[in-house]
Design a protein around this ligand. Structure first.
Ligand SMILES: *[C@@H]1O[C@H](CO)[C@@H](O)[C@H](O)[C@H]1NC(C)=O
Ligand SMILES: *[C@@H]1O[C@H](CO)[C@@H](O)[C@H](O)[C@H]1NC(C)=O
Length: 144
């Protein structure tokens, strides 16, 4: 399993647990418009949530190849997760029963992940970008 996957639920939960975040002081220019992200202390990362990489694939764009997103001019606050794409995630109704069928680590992983899959929409073509900060730039790649 790539380490970024292993780390992702942890990072997501950091964000979910602390509803007030510090915005980054810098504005990052992208091809489509300026972005302002969030600063996390632990781990030390700058986070950009819900960055669109395509026009929402709704209406006539449904099931079509992704279309370039509209550009924006003023800095976009990249501070909120977008919905995730529709998916049929496994349920853990009864943890005791789940542990009869799945390894403990898998159940723990699902317990961290499932709250993040609650909001589902076909309008889901967004990226969450985690950029290492400071002297610990190897953090994300740890274990590679
Ligand atoms: C969960 O499943 C176990 C094993 O089947 C059962 O003994 C227990 O009563 C269940 N708990 C709940 C809250 O349903
Ligand atoms: C799901 O959407 C609701 C309403 O927009 C929001 O309050 C909540 O934080 C979202 N949850 C996640 C995990 O993104």
């Amino acid at each position: 399993m790539p380490p970024s996957w292993a780390l992702l639920p942890t990072l997501c939960l950091c964000l979910a647990a602390a509803p007030t975040h510090k915005y980054s002081t810098r504005v990052v220019r992208t091809k489509y418009g300026p972005l302002r992200g969030l600063i996390l202390q632990h781990p030390p990362v700058e986070v950009f949530l819900g960055v669109p990489y395509a026009t929402p694939p709704l209406g006539s764009l449904r099931y079509m190849p992704p279309v370039t997103p509209s550009m924006w001019r003023s800095p976009r606050l990249a501070d909120t997760f977008s919905p995730v794409c529709p998916q049929n995630a496994p349920h853990i109704v009864n943890k005791t029963e789940a542990l009869l069928e799945l390894p403990r680590g898998r159940v723990a992983y699902l317990e961290r992940l499932l709250p993040l899959l609650v909001n589902q929409s076909e309008d889901c073509l967004y990226l969450n970008i985690y950029v290492p900060r400071g002297g610990k730039s190897s953090y994300i790649n740890k274990g590679n």
